[in-house]
Design a protein around this ligand. Structure first.
Ligand code: FBP
Length: 331
């Protein structure tokens, strides 16, 4: 642990020259995420004491029961991102269509779109297990000065200019990349500042943890079943440990630190898997690759998939490079 770690603000200023576009824009984007993360963290931490647990009785476009914290987090991130002269449109797991931010002339000058899963792992909120927020940022491709278009959101993951996640766990961390590696910042709740606690995070090439909902095992493709059996076989450095929190951000974060693979395969009960390409798989794949890991859908690199719909799902296999390559041998 650094003796006097740099704050997130200092880190952004020190590294903004590396950002391919105007540096001020990057700090404004990350500062918006930082602010909303603190507000959501405050609510998450006192969930159980205030009326923030449980469902609101509505379902989102995915057909999922919206939790009160889903809606709260959605509002806070849209507010924070919308209040800056930088974002022209947002896609959220909790919103059916894309949000055009005040399509008056002034806002049409804004150059970035943000795609977000405001509260990932929401099925874990009520049982006090760590949850997260996932975000993906692109430069718009439609002309500046015109209203944001669907095409601005359906860009391939390799074109992200920044991506990351917030994990609300034993501590609250913001982990992100702008294409120059991955850095993790821990929130000091007493001061309310994020500090650089995990510089240059790297996925170990090998690992001994596999994360998958084995309750669906019977319905997985043969190759995935064989890989899971390979992980469980008493041979060489195996069996690996099975660890599955049911929060993508938490499982991914653990595996990035310790070495491991996360899998949400397609199956007979979920033809395209469960996870959403635009605001779950693309940002996590971007972080994984920036940290030396690998992310595929079973056939191709996640970041090369050309999106066709805002809430499309894809099979997701992500983690330590050698573990994903071993899985590829089986599928
Ligand atoms: O309960 P399952 O089917 O294993 O799904 C768990 C997965 O779904 C997720 O909760 C995603 O869904 P939400 O964003 O709706 O929470 C992931 O965080 C997690 O890895």
């Amino acid at each position: 642990m650094h003796t006097n770690p740099r704050t997130l603000g200092e880190f952004i200023i020190k590294n903004q020259a590396a950002f391919p576009y105007s540096s001020g824009e990057l700090s404004s984007l990350i500062n918006a995420i930082r602010l909303a993360a603190k507000v959501v963290n405050h609510e998450v931490n006192k969930a159980g004491l205030v009326d923030i647990l449980g469902a609101i009785g509505a379902t989102n476009i995915q057909g999922e029961k919206q939790q009160k914290l889903d809606v709260f987090a959605n509002e806070k991130f849209i507010q924070a991102l919308g209040n800056r002269e930088i974002v022209c449109g947002i896609v959220s797991e909790e919103e059916d269509g894309f949000i055009t931010l005040n399509s008056d002339d002034e806002k049409n000058q804004n150059k970035y779109v943000v795609l977000i899963d405001p509260l990932d792992g929401s099925s874990n909120i009520d049982v006090n297990i760590s949850v997260g927020t996932v975000f993906s940022i692109y430069r718009r491709i439609s002309p500046v000065g015109s209203p944001v278009q669907l095409e601005d959101f359906l860009q391939a993951g390799r074109d992200q200019v920044a991506a990351g996640y917030v994990i609300y766990g034993t501590s609250t961390m913001l982990v992100y990349s702008t294409g120059e590696g991955v850095n993790g910042f821990t929130l000091n709740p007493a001061i309310g500042s994020f500090y650089l606690s995990h510089p240059e995070m790297k996925f170990p090439e090998n690992g001994s943890i596999y994360s998958v909902n084995e309750g669906n095992y019977e319905y997985f493709p043969e190759g995935v079943k064989k890989y899971i059996k390979y992980c469980q076989k008493k041979e060489e450095d195996r069996p690996y440990s099975s660890r599955y929190v049911g929060s993508l951000v938490s499982d991914f974060h653990r595996n990035m630190i310790k070495g491991g693979i996360y899998m949400y395969p397609n199956s007979e009960i979920a033809n395209d898997g469960k996870l959403r390409l635009l605001y779950e798989c693309n940002p996590m794949a971007y972080i994984a690759e920036q940290a030396g890991g690998k992310a595929i859908d079973g056939r191709q690199r996640i970041l090369d998939i050309q999106p066709s719909e805002l809430h499309q799902r894809v099979p997701f296999f992500c983690g330590s490079k050698n573990m994903v390559e071993k899985l590829e041998e089986f599928i």
